[in-house]
Design a protein around this ligand. Structure first.
Ligand code: ZN
Length: 46
């Protein structure tokens, strides 16, 4: 199960809050986590 890198919550892969960065998919629990990630994906994907 993927983990939301912003808040550490486990997320379902069928969530609509998904970002792709450097060929990797990142899943989020909610829109605000996705937006935060999208502001600075390079930093947040580490
Ligand atoms: Zn989250």
């Amino acid at each position: 199960m993927p983990v939301d890198v912003m808040c550490g919550m486990k997320v379902k892969e069928d969530t609509k809050f998904v970002s792709e960065f450097q060929g990797k998919k990142f899943y989020f629990c909610c829109e605000s986590c996705k937006k935060e990630f999208d502001k600075n994906p390079l930093k947040n994907s580490r």
